[in-house]
Design a protein around this ligand. Sequence first.
Ligand SMILES: Cc1cc2nc3c(=O)[nH]c(=O)nc-3n(C[C@H](O)[C@H](O)[C@H](O)COP(=O)(O)OP(=O)(O)OC[C@H]3O[C@@H](n4cnc5c(N)ncnc54)[C@H](O)[C@@H]3O)c2cc1C
Length: 501
Amino acid sequence: MNVAAELSKIVGSDNFTDDPVLLQAYRDTLYPVDVPMPFGVALPQSADQVQAIVKLCGETELPITPIAVGAPLNGPTLCAPGGLILDFCLMNKIISIDPDELVAVIEPGVTIGQMVKALEPYKLMAQYPNSSPLTSVLASMVMMRGVGQYATKYGLGDSFVNGVEAILGTGEKIVTGSAALEGADWHYRHCFGPDLTGIFIGSLGTMGLVTKAAIRLSPIPESTWGLALGFDAIEDAMAPISHIAKYQMADYINGQHWYAGATTGDDYPWEVTGGKAPLPDEYMREWRKRKGLPNIWFHMAIGGSPAEIEVRKKQLLDYLSSRNITPMDMSNDPWFQVRNVQLQGVINCSSARFCRHRGGGWVSLVMLAPIKKWGEILEPLVEKGKTLGFDPTYLLKVYGPYGHSSQCRFVVSFDKGSPDERARAFAFTETVAKHAVEKGANVHRQTMHPEIIQSRQPEYFALLKLIKSLVDPKCILNPGVLNLSKETLAYRQGGEAEDAG
Ligand SMILES: Cc1cc2nc3c(=O)[nH]c(=O)nc-3n(C[C@H](O)[C@H](O)[C@H](O)COP(=O)(O)OP(=O)(O)OC[C@H]3O[C@@H](n4cnc5c(N)ncnc54)[C@H](O)[C@@H]3O)c2cc1C
């Protein structure tokens, strides 16, 4: 069978390509890994087309890698060598917005910018990430349990999904959540029995291809007020931040290690290196001490009506005063606005300044850890990074709604053109994953080193494999991702290969 011709028939000849020049664009990554060459890229425009593609790929056992934007920043999206990339950018319709039930139904290519614009008249918002560009895609962000601006108040992205329509590896179309009942709306995440929506969330495209997602909405706060706190050591921050989160005194709490806090603005001695390289941690610590700047920043905000803000502001300020912590009121300070809104985007590669530090390479590995573990995780990892020749920085996001847990993102920049730096940057991602697991943290969005975390959870992984072998028996959906490859499934399918899991 001529698969390329069949794919062109399904999506239209303008929406399929196997031109090696165009395929190169899908191989770019900031990460220190080699992205395999795909067989081709198809851009479907409907769930029916996705279904037809999955059936065709099932017959020919052609692996499929779905992508929304392909810039998830927690590890590269790698297609299987010679596999098909399914680019969802043309499935970008907002199907419905229900401003009373607070739910929107969207196709998987809808961008954050589209949603901001569409929800503006209703004064509503979806779970927007803190810092990704408006071109980022909402469905994959929430499906990947993204961390949004109000994660301390509302939780991670998965709490915002009321159900999905998905195409399984068998080619069947299924609907989860309350809309699974014919004629019902997506008003509730569950239908009956266990949480079947959950099979797709965090599955990174291994369990099904999402063709629609129902996303919960929330009101945009009438006004906001924010402050920043500085600490010299992460240990000093743990108790107060945990308390503020526990009693929901702030709607979002984000923190960053000095290095992240120093990549914008003038509080960085650019003159020393001309901005060409990150200055060593020791140098910067000393420099910041001289300037009276803290090593770790937290910024937090409260949203609501002005009256509500006054009450909560007093509660927060009284608490800080009881601990002798002096906050900085940043609400009118443009410097704070930069940090508040753009900082993490700056770190995450949108800043030429940050990237030119080393030459365009960037890795981040994200873990989820309770606040009480920060002392054991953060500074030890900075030190481990130094032994690999980097000065890693970290970003923290406290998520709730009851706020004992956090997303910790470790970042290093490296020279993509240097094999040595690539190898060390890759080793750093391994170091972070191992350390996280040893300390009882979880690797968030396990796109890199899933085997490290799975080695601690063999029974859990066995269940995952069992589910995968039911929904995708030929293992054509993102094979290898989450360590779910044909080899690891062979055991479940009665094959002869050893159970690699
Ligand atoms: C500068 C920058 C800042 C960012 N800041 C944040 C932030 O603050 N918080 C945050 O949460 N995120 C942040 N992100 C991540 C961003 O929101 C991502 O766009 C999002 O996580 C989705 O990733 P993607 O669409 O780029 O990835 P993709 O790689 O396209 O998709 C992610 C995964 O989902 C799978 N997938 C894609 N489409 C489908 C589908 N239809 N069905 C099934 N599986 C599918 C892919 O195979 C892949 O495994 C940031 C990104 C950038 C570039």
